[in-house]
Design a protein around this ligand. Structure first.
Ligand code: 3UK
Length: 546
């Protein structure tokens, strides 16, 4: 049994300082997140209260506990044990939540992956995390099966949803298993999950979160900003594999005995219908989704949104205009918040009654946030600098000490790469990213990763990928392409290049705009000057006007 994963964690001198100023985030040294989220409800008077709504299904906390226990017993019988890593590849279905909780209960480390990832991305994650088993949704099996050819450790494949003959069916693991299972006495500081983020270099980085990190986010951000009650129903579309979704659609509701409403991929009408049908009271979406919902004609008359107490917007900046239109038309509050996979969830957020449209907000209770210069010194109000954070959660990259030293700097501060200005009243205003990451529709797309794939195409000599302003998505991916001698620039070739990227990487990473050029701007040392191309895109957008 592996009880220590210290070999994969950063050395102590590279760990962020943890701040436990809030009494709510001080936990006993033995802590199991599944016991706190499931057993505490099922045995604490909430057994008959709804935990999960999905289509026609309603799962109470009592039933959820039984399924978690039965699956946990089944996983143990398969030989999985504390410290093992298990890859999850599922859409937002109850099976995802049950599997995640069953793993946590046994001290198994979950490695959630976004459903859109392709084989090469999945193989990288499986090898990096050392996952020995995977739970995959039947309809998403193909890319994972391809990935397995390059991931020798990944042996056990458990198929949920539509299984085929010869599969280890997820359901068969529950069949005949006892309803009871005692949670492992995991340490508060023991790894519970590894969440993968794309770095600005395009190499995915695993972010380790302990049992206490996950609860601390609920007991700081959710407790103080969302003020949840048992009657609340949380809902939205971010994938459960993204920590924005893990928090908003699993951890936060369950921490407060509230329920979660799961739904398929985002569509403006479906989201509005789901809010109305299940009487969602706390919604989680990226700003692009709010913009798309606001395009639904007459939405305020066509849908009954009175259940909505507040909505959360994160993953990219929420424009003041979107905020104002949403509040005016729906009569409900919308709170921007910045979070990251490294920090688990939101650390600067708008607060009800004190929103400044266009500003992200103020530090979440329990977090210390500053704007600093390149040497780590705080800059005066009104001056742009890097945002630096200390709190009860923090970055712990799995097996990436170099990257750790880039994120945790100045003696224990988490530095996300975002440029902020703090105004005189203490509000934090987002400016831009300081690196090559493109934030588009809430997705993070590292320019260099897309370049590497474009450069593999036989027609391409070289490429540079930058963010290009876009009204709906904030930014879109734009590729500047220099062709090899021979092929000629054409619409058809542009389409071909887009298809190539979609086949090799998660499709949301493909360049929506392509421009063929003779050469790329370079520095004297020969580096591509992406900053020049970014400036060009900004100027073009300004010239075109809104
Ligand atoms: C950007 C924002 C401006 C910012 C996330 C909430 O987005 C999440 O995690 P990721 O690792 O990306 C982190 C980066 O995204 N960003 C996020 N929110 C905002 N920029 N305003 C915002 N409100 O560059 C940040 O460094 O994908 C968000 C909760 C959990 C998350 N993982």
């Amino acid at each position: 049994m592996i009880t220590s994963i210290e070999e994969g964690l950063p050395p102590p001198e590279l760990l962020p300082d943890r701040v436990y100023t809030l009494p709510e985030v001080r936990y006993p040294s033995r802590l199991n997140v599944a016991r706190e989220l499931v057993d505490a409800n099922a045995e604490g008077g909430c057994a008959d209260r709804p935990a999960i709504f999905f289509g026609e299904q309603v799962l109470t906390f009592g039933e959820l506990q039984k399924r978690v226990n039965r699956l946990g017993n089944g996983l143990r019988e398969m030989g999985l044990d504390r410290g093992d890593r298990v890859l999850l590849r599922m859409p937002n279905v109850p099976e995802f939540i049950i599997t995640w909780l069953a793993c946590q209960k046994l001290g198994i480390i979950t490695v959630g992956t976004m459903p859109m990832l392709r084989a090469r991305e999945l193989a990288y994650i499986a090898n990096d995390a050392g996952t020995t088993a995977a739970v995959v949704w039947g309809r998403l099996r193909e890319e994972l099966e391809k990935a397995r050819q390059a991931a020798p450790l990944l042996n056990g494949l458990i198929v949920a949803g539509e299984a085929q003959a010869g599969d280890i069916a997820w359901q068969s693991l529950l069949d005949g298993q006892p309803d009871r299972l005692t949670a492992e006495e995991t340490g508060a500081n023991e790894a519970a999950m590894i969440a993968y983020t794309s770095g600005s270099t395009g190499i995915p980085k695993g972010c380790v979160h302990f049992h206490n990190d996950i609860l601390a986010s609920a007991d700081s951000y959710a407790r103080y900003v969302l003020t949840p009650a048992e009657e609340d129903r949380f809902g939205g579309h971010p994938t459960l594999a993204f920590t924005f979704g893990t928090g908003g659609l699993l951890v936060f509701p369950f921490r407060f005995g509230a329920s979660t409403v799961l739904m398929g991929p985002f569509q403006a009408e479906t989201m509005l219908e789901t809010i109305q049908r299940y009487r969602i009271s706390v919604a989680f979406c990226a700003p692009t989704s709010y913009k798309l919902m606001l395009r639904v004609p007459d939405l305020e008359r066509r849908y009954d949104l009175r259940s909505l107490r507040l909505s959360v917007s994160a993953a990219e900046p929420l424009p003041a205009a979107t905020y104002e239109e949403w509040v005016k038309r729906t009569g409900t509050e919308l709170l921007d918040g910045i979070g990251s996979t490294e920090m688990f969830h939101i650390f600067i957020s708008s607060v009800r009654g004190k929103v400044r449209p266009g500003a992200t907000g103020v530090p979440v209770t329990g977090y210390d946030c500053r704007v600093v210069d390149e040497t780590g010194h705080e800059v005066p109000a009104g001056t742009a600098g890097l945002v630096a954070i200390k709190g009860p959660t923090g970055c712990k990259y799995w097996k990436k000490p170099d990257r750790q030293a880039e994120y945790v700097r100045f003696g224990g501060w988490n530095v996300t790469g975002d440029v902020y200005v703090r105004d005189d009243d203490g509000y934090f205003r987002y400016q831009c990213r300081s690196d090559d990451m493109i934030v588009s529709g809430g997705y993070k797309i590292p320019g260099p990763e897309v370049e590497r794939v474009l450069d593999e195409h036989p027609a391409v000599a070289e490429s540079a990928v930058v963010a290009s302003p876009d009204e709906t998505r904030g930014y879109v991916v734009k590729a500047y392409i220099v062709l090899k001698p021979g092929p000629t620039a054409s619409e058809a070739l542009a389409l071909q290049l887009q298809e190539h990227v979609k086949n090799e990487l998660a499709p949301y990473k493909y360049p929506r705009r392509i421009e063929f050029v003779e050469r790329l701007p370079r520095t004297e040392t020969g580096k591509i000057r992406r900053v020049e191309l970014r400036r060009q895109e900004l100027e073009r957008a300004r010239a075109q006007g809104p």
